[in-house]
Design a protein around this ligand. Structure first.
Ligand code: KG4
Ligand code: ZN
Length: 344
């Protein structure tokens, strides 16, 4: 049930990077529609996300996507049916965030409904609430994507403590850069994952980053460099690159680093429940390793909720709105917004 005077659905908008997302949720938290327009093919030509292009593609995609999401959810009269607009305000690329933000603000004014800004990382945490009804706190959440590798203690919904993060590259960024070295298309994570399945993970001895520091922290630049040296050595010997073996060896080290630090975080906090989120949590080896280690205590969203999507933004926005009301008139996009702003 929505609060009195509010329409029964929430519209969520996500444009922080290179995926345009629009979702419609009921005030009961159920997803009525969730659509995504991916720009991966546009950026693949350049081997990575081109911010100016991303912004332009969001502009092209957002209104048709909004119309389709409303139609799929059966929302014919948004000004009476939409009770809240939720939008990602950061972190992300400024030119991309602005497109979603300006659209959301315009819609909230046109429809006469409140607007709430959502931290993208809080959205990733809420992907697990969308995916796993009744998920209880406390839990540890590993957000592992193209821009983030962070471990957050979620003591209650909206109550976050950052336990550790990467010192340099994000895990997804490392996957994408390794893929680029191997001549694989962008985004490289899924390609590396696919090739690794047929490779031997023990063929190259690559370092597990910060494996023994005793702190919840990550570093992926050293592992990336180790792959580069391996690739250069093989090329200098005029041998063809054993792609599957390199991918499998790299993936083994990356997964070991991520799993090892989550085991450590669990030991240090005494919290046994673990959630994954972010694009890299689509990785098959990571999912298997976490399931093997944490069993029934690990929660992993389905693939469409792992990568960027607007359902998670609508869900986080709904929670914050019901708890603290709408965002104020000074709401604006913040490319370097931190989840620590929200730490209570
Ligand atoms: O969460 P996301 O969609 O966007 C943000 O970065 O916020 O994550 C995208 C990242 C990319 O680096 C992509 O290569 C990686 O997630 N990724 C994967 C897999 N699927 C996506 N990495 C490893 N294995 C995968 N199967
Ligand atoms: Zn993301």
């Amino acid at each position: 049930m929505s609060p009195p005077g509010h329409g029964p659905v929430v519209v969520g908008i996500e444009t922080s990077c290179d995926d345009t997302g629009v979702a419609v949720l009921g005030f009961d938290g159920r997803v009525r529609s969730s659509l995504l327009s991916s720009q991966a093919k546009d950026h693949a030509l350049f081997g990575g996300v081109v911010p100016e292009l991303a912004s332009r593609k969001h502009q092209e995609a957002i209104i048709p996507l909004l119309r389709a999401a409303l139609a799929e959810a059966g929302v014919e009269a948004p000004s009476s049916q939409v009770g809240l607009v939720a939008v990602t305000t950061g972190p992300g690329l400024m030119g991309s965030l602005i497109v979603g933000f300006m659209t959301a603000r315009g819609l909230s004014q046109a429809w006469g409904c409140p607007l709430v800004g959502v931290n993208h990382l809080e959205g990733h945490i809420f992907a697990n609430r969308v995916a796993h009804e009744g998920l209880e706190t406390p839990f540890l959440c590993l957000i592992v994507s193209g821009g983030h590798t962070e471990v957050i203690l979620v003591e209650g919904w909206g109550d976050y403590t950052l336990l550790g993060r990467t010192r340099d590259d994000a895990a997804g960024e490392c996957y994408d850069k390794v893929a680029k070295m191997l001549g694989l298309p962008y985004p490289g994570g899924p390609e590396v994952d696919r090739l690794a399945a047929s490779g031997d993970p023990d063929s190259f001895d690559l370092p597990v980053p910060l494996g023994t520091t005793g702190r919840v922290e990550f570093s992926f630049s050293g592992l990336k460099t180790a792959v580069l040296w391996t690739v250069n050595r093989i090329k200098s010997e005029k041998r063809s690159l054993p792609l599957a073996d390199i991918c499998a060896s790299f993936q083994k080290a990356a997964v070991e680093a991520l799993l090892g630090k989550m085991v450590l975080a669990s030991r240090l906090t005494g919290v046994g429940r673990v959630c994954l989120s972010g694009g890299v949590s689509a990785n098959s080896a990571l999912r298997k390793a976490f399931r093997d280690r944490f069993g029934d205590n690990v929660f992993i969203p389905p693939l469409e909720l792992c990568t960027d999507n607007a359902s998670m933004i609508a869900a986080a926005g709904l929670f914050n709105f019901l708890r603290s009301g709408p965002s104020g008139p000074d709401l604006s996009p913040d490319p370097s917004a931190s989840l620590t702003d929200k730490i209570t």
